[in-house]
Design a protein around this ligand. Structure first.
Ligand code: MN
Length: 738
């Protein structure tokens, strides 16, 4: 759809969007606040005036929309609104950070700086450091959590307006969103935004699945409304009699979570029974709030049979994001299990808006402990320079989604740790030193090994010993990112010593094998032994786990290394891809890769077994060339997000319809009229086009390089045979580069 409006209309629209932003924000704005927001708005309008979005719309629509998400959906205050309006100014326009600081002060400057840093990280061309970038991004978390909240709003709006983007960008951005932003939003308690990010992520990574589920949800809407009415009818009288002011809402599970369920349980849409939950939101005051929740609980369970294993009490023990609610699953009307969530208006607001709303309800001196301590822990882990970035992001992600359990210290302090955490994890939660020296634990008064997995309600006392130190097996039974990174860095210290020794030993051994000791040799040896780094190599030499015979083999191999290097590279191929599957769709029988639609050698991935016609992409593996995965392969999102630079677009084509470029090298004796004959032969072959012909003759020797396009190998063979028949031509070779 073309974007056409007049400048007047456009200016009117900008003004109305701005007005809409100010209308009833979540917090009350003072006159000074409004003035500051106006100033930011005007500066942003001016700064972005020459820019347009991919849709053709004025760029300023974007910062206004981000500011609106920040104000309404996250519920942040005026400073954040100002920063959101300015978030792209330094990155995209002639304004500098100093300009912003001068105009809006230090706090705004710091937030905008954080946002600019993140957006520069995202633009980084060398995506191999993407994981490292996530880590850096997360590091800004602790500077000012508003940076990350605004960044999430920015990402949400970009996801909402991604239709005009080219598909490969959509896929990359959507994967990254599913990989890191949705979990982050989840951890920050922004449940609504997380859900929207996930649904949009699915929309662009698996559009068919998304549309299919969406259509089914729309279809069952009426049925759902009827069900809620039925439910309401049963409870109405008694709730009214008890004097409750309440609303009962039905809430469908998100498309993404339905998809997850369908996949995890291997069921169809219709087989998922708890596709929606019923939510009872009641008015209450501070004193009555908790009591009211249980009163409603008892009314509900009087009428509907509860499933005792499905009671979740987040009121007595709120999640560390501040989430409070009472969840039960009951046998509802029509004998359907249905989840019922009971919460006050205050709790509902926190559940919808997360962190910011939580903050609003706390006194200034009563800072929330959960999120703060989580952020602190996160920062410590992030700042640990020894950690491997990819590992870290993986661990971090696990921790983001992991359900929490609550355990007690000997003095009754409560600690939230991820489900599956061991006594050792707990020790590291208390203090790094306690973790390092941890020898065992008393769990509920009984002696347990450090690997003992804790459950909610455990009271845990850590036993330490001075001579204790971490060993590699510890990594098998810790699940928290903090413990992992601490143990790893302690092990590293020890390894460093061994590696230092190993380095000297290696230099000696290489010399005796007549190999030069230098970086190149070390690197080659490491990859020969399938080790990731030279450090790994030194360490293994140091601890004696590499045999002399292995080094000798390497020396022998090295003379052939040059050849095998090229053998291992991906070769262009003219052979048709493996055709061993019966389901093969005859028409789309050939895979091509990249923008150039090249034919390359590949293997079909075993994890998802694509067949011709499937939507697929290529993934460059280290040792096995291109692996072809289906777009909806369970591993796809992780690959797209972490290794976008190794992804090649791929598609199935009809081999009879497609042209392929081929380079030929022709040589022979330089005879009169030979060039003429050559072009005649090529152009008289149907479907063959010449793109380029370079001929050089030297002392009677003819040397030609020809670029042509052909439909398939058969045509090429025919052409090559015809060229060979020309008098004077001696050799025709297919080469791989002109
Ligand atoms: Mn932006």
């Amino acid at each position: 759809m073309a974007y056409t409006v007049t400048i007047e209309e456009e200016n009117k629209e900008i003004a109305s969007r701005y007005k809409d932003l100010l209308k009833g924000t979540y917090r009350t704005l003072t006159t000074a606040d409004k003035k500051e927001i106006r100033k930011a708005f005007e500066l942003a309008v001016e700064a972005h005036s020459s820019q347009r979005r991919k849709t053709g719309e004025p760029y300023i629509y974007h910062p206004i929309a981000v500011a609106k998400i920040v104000a309404y959906e996250i519920g942040l205050g005026p400073k954040s609104i100002v920063a959101a309006l300015l978030h792209d100014v330094v990155e995209d326009t002639h304004y500098t950070l100093e300009d912003i600081e001068r105009e809006f002060g230090e706090t705004i400057g710091r937030i905008v700086n954080g946002l600019t840093k993140i957006s520069r990280l995202n633009k980084e061309q060398d995506a191999s450091i993407q994981a490292e970038n996530f880590r850096k991004m997360l590091l800004t978390l602790n500077d000012d959590v508003r940076v990350i909240l605004i960044k999430i709003a920015d990402r949400l709006h970009n996801m909402q307006t991604m239709d005009a983007m080219p598909p490969h960008k959509q896929l990359k951005i959507a994967s990254e969103t599913l990989y890191i932003y949705a979990p982050l939003a989840h951890r920050l308690g922004l449940y609504n935004i997380k859900t929207e990010l996930e649904d949009l992520g699915l929309k662009y990574t698996e559009p068919e699945v998304f549309n299919d589920i969406l259509a089914k949800i729309t279809d069952s809407k009426e049925e759902q409304d009827k069900y809620i009415k039925e439910f309401n009818k049963t409870l109405k009288d008694i709730l009214n009699k008890e004097g409750f002011k309440y609303t009962i809402k039905g809430r469908s599970k998100s498309i993404f979570s339905i998809r997850r369920k369908m996949r995890a349980q291997n069921v169809t849409y219709d087989e998922i029974y708890d596709k929606f939950a019923i939510r009872i939101v009641y008015k209450s005051d501070d004193k009555q709030e908790k009591f009211d929740a249980w009163k409603i609980y008892s009314i509900v369970t009087d009428h509907f049979q509860p499933n005792p294993t499905r009671l979740r009490d987040w009121i007595s023990q709120p999640k560390s994001t501040g989430y409070e609610s009472l969840h039960i699953t009951v046998m509802g009307p029509d004998n359907h299990w249905v989840e019922v969530q009971i919460r006050s208006e205050r709790m509902d607001e926190i559940a919808e808006k997360g962190y910011a709303a939580h903050y609003k309800y706390k006194n200034a001196d009563e800072k929330e402990t959960g999120l703060d301590s989580w952020l602190n822990r996160l920062k410590e882990t992030l700042e640990n320079p020894d950690g491997n970035a990819v590992d870290f992001v993986e661990n971090f992600k696990l921790n983001l989604y992991t359900k929490e359990i609550f355990v007690f210290t000997p003095n009754g302090d409560i600690k939230a740790i991820p489900k599956g955490a061991s006594a050792l994890d707990f020790a590291f939660t208390i203090h790094t030193e306690v973790g390092m020296k941890c020898r065992g634990a008393k769990v509920n008064g009984k002696l347990k090994p450090i690997s003992h997995v804790l459950i909610s309600g455990d009271q845990v006392e850590i036993i330490t010993a001075n001579q204790q130190k971490p060993n590699i097996r510890w990594l098998d039974f810790v699940v928290t990112a903090r413990a992992r990174s601490r143990i790893k860095s302690a092990l590293k210290e020890e390894q460093k010593e061994i590696a230092k020794e190993g380095k000297e030993i290696l230099a000696r051994k290489l010399r005796s094998l007549k190999l030069t000791y230098n970086e190149k040799t070390v690197h080659e040896l490491a990859s020969y032994l399938k080790l990731k780094t030279s450090f790994d190599l030194f360490y293994r030499i140091g601890n004696g786990s590499i045999e002399n015979s292995q080094l000798k083999d390497f020396a022998a191999q090295k003379s052939n290394a040059f050849i095998s290097f090229f053998k291992n590279r991906i070769k262009r191929t003219t052979s048709t891809p493996p055709n061993n599957k019966e389901e093969i769709n005859q028409k789309y029988d050939m895979l091509v890769f990249g923008q150039e639609e090249e034919q390359l050698e590949y293997k079909l991935a075993k994890c998802c077994n694509p067949i011709p016609g499937d939507k697929v992409f290529g993934f460059l593996t280290i040792n096995e060339g291109i692996k072809v995965h289906k777009n909806d392969c369970p591993n796809a999102v992780g690959m797209q997000a972490k290794y976008a630079y190794r992804i090649m677009s791929a598609k199935w084509i009809d081999s009879t319809q497609q042209d392929f470029r081929v380079f030929l090298h022709v040589s022979g004796s330089d005879k009169f009229g030979l060039v003429n004959q050559l072009t005649k032969v090529i152009s008289s072959n149907m479907h063959v086009n010449i793109h380029q012909l370079n001929i050089s003759g030297n002392e009677g020797v003819f040397d030609g390089r020809i670029t042509i396009s052909v439909k398939n190998n058969k045509q090429l063979t025919r052409l090559v045979n015809n060229i060979k028949k020309i008098d004077g031509i001696e050799k025709v070779d297919r080469i791989y580069k002109q």
